[in-house]
Design a protein around this ligand. Structure first.
Ligand SMILES: [Zn+2]
Ligand SMILES: [Zn+2]
Length: 376
């Protein structure tokens, strides 16, 4: 793919903030990309969130940027000649704040409806009697296993969640569902349990944060399912159907299969399409997915290696496997999450055991690689 397939309607800054692009498909359909700001600070900068408008009988929006960016996004749409009041719906790629934070502003200004995977709707609600601790009683199930410290979520999150809980959400069901002519939705859990991908006219694959260029998306942890399984009303029986590294790798393989069937697909990601004055095209979905799976194989190997000189706590594994700049501030919670999701897989492949006092010990086996290769 060459960058000529995009018209640049507005140049953003060096990371692509505020950039607007447009592409025309051979079907005649147009897709617009809008990059909205997404800075948390620290070494884990994902770059702006890429939100997309897809023209159809009525256009629809995919994702709404971080909280505080909804109105900016609508302004970007107007700049591009799209009337936000004419939107058919907003569809969410997944329920992370950098994608749904602006949702309330967008719906309040336009009255448009919201569509998301049914897991999004389930996890966006509070269940006071099922919450794991009294402090989380008013928080949605999405937050029950939040790795951020209390000082963060007590001050930053409640308003955002209260807004979201007031929204009506139309649930999408599972795989292969057509939401309009030429557009199919795939459930690709793993980065988030509600992640979806969209195949558009067999020309475009919109992948959200499931496949990113330049950086590797974070997997969730299977242990979250212990807290949330009661709210899914029996739809999901095993943790790895929707959470953790195994779910993520299965989703990647499913997308890889589609990429192999349709090698000319243009891939539109949730971040890093343009970053630090550079386009990061993923020319080949299957090839990029192979790289991401290899990254996880490598990380499992690195964790086992770090355990060679004795059992370690997750924090010690994180300092052995991550650069120091990535462990600063909230970076440590991201790193710990990564370590734990890999250790869960290593426990299933019988390569590690969790010993008393929360330390992890190697069994001197290496079954993880064949476990990852055989996941279907
Ligand atoms: Zn995400
Ligand atoms: Zn994201």
């Amino acid at each position: 793919m060459t960058k000529e397939i995009f018209d640049i309607l507005r140049k953003g800054d060096e990371s692509g903030n505020n950039m607007i692009i447009r592409m025309r498909l051979s079907s005649g359909r147009e897709i617009f990309g809008f990059a909205t700001e997404n800075t948390y600070g620290g070494g884990w900068d994902l770059g702006p969130t890429w939100n997309y408008v897809i023209t159809s009988e009525k256009p629809f929006l995919v994702d709404a940027g971080r909280r505080g960016n909804g109105l900016k996004l609508l302004e970007m749409m107007r700049y591009s000649g799209i009337d936000p009041n004419g939107l058919d719906f907003v569809l969410l790629s997944h329920g992370h704040e950098d994608h749904d934070g602006g949702l309330f502003e967008v719906t309040r200004a336009t009255g448009t409806k919201v569509m998301a995977h049914r897991i999004y709707k389930s996890l966006s609600r509070a269940y006071p009697r099922k919450a794991p601790s009294p402090e989380k009683r008013n928080f949605p199930a999405f937050c029950w296993d939040c790795p951020m410290p209390e000082s963060f979520w007590k001050n930053n999150c409640l308003e955002y969640h209260k807004e979201k809980m007031r929204l009506e959400i139309i649930s999408l069901d599972n795989l292969g569902q057509k939401i309009s002519d030429g557009i199919s939705v795939f459930h690709v859990p793993g980065h988030s349990p509600d992640s979806i991908a969209l195949l558009i006219d067999k020309e475009i694959m919109l992948v959200g944060d499931t496949v990113l260029p330049d950086i590797t998306p974070h997997p969730t942890c299977e242990h979250t399912f212990k807290m949330t399984k009661g709210i899914f009303q029996g739809h999901y029986r095993e943790a790895d159907e929707i959470y953790g590294l195994r779910a993520y790798i299965r989703s990647l393989k499913r997308l890889k299969g589609i990429g192999e069937e349709m090698p000319g697909l243009t891939i539109l990601p949730g971040h890093r399409l343009f970053y630090q004055n550079r386009w990061n095209y993923m020319e080949d979905l299957a090839a990029r997915i192979t790289e991401i799976i290899e990254h996880h194989v490598q990380r499992c190997g690195d964790i086992l290696k770090s355990l060679g000189d004795g059992p370690k706590r997750p924090e010690e594994i994180a300092s052995a496997c991550f650069e120091e700049r990535l462990l600063k501030g909230f970076g440590i919670t991201m790193a710990l999450n990564e370590v734990l999701s890999h250790c869960e897989l290593l426990e299933i492949s019988k390569d590690v055991i969790f010993v008393e006092d929360g330390r992890i010990s190697t069994t001197h086996r290496t079954g993880f690689e064949s476990l990852i290769r055989d996941l279907r």
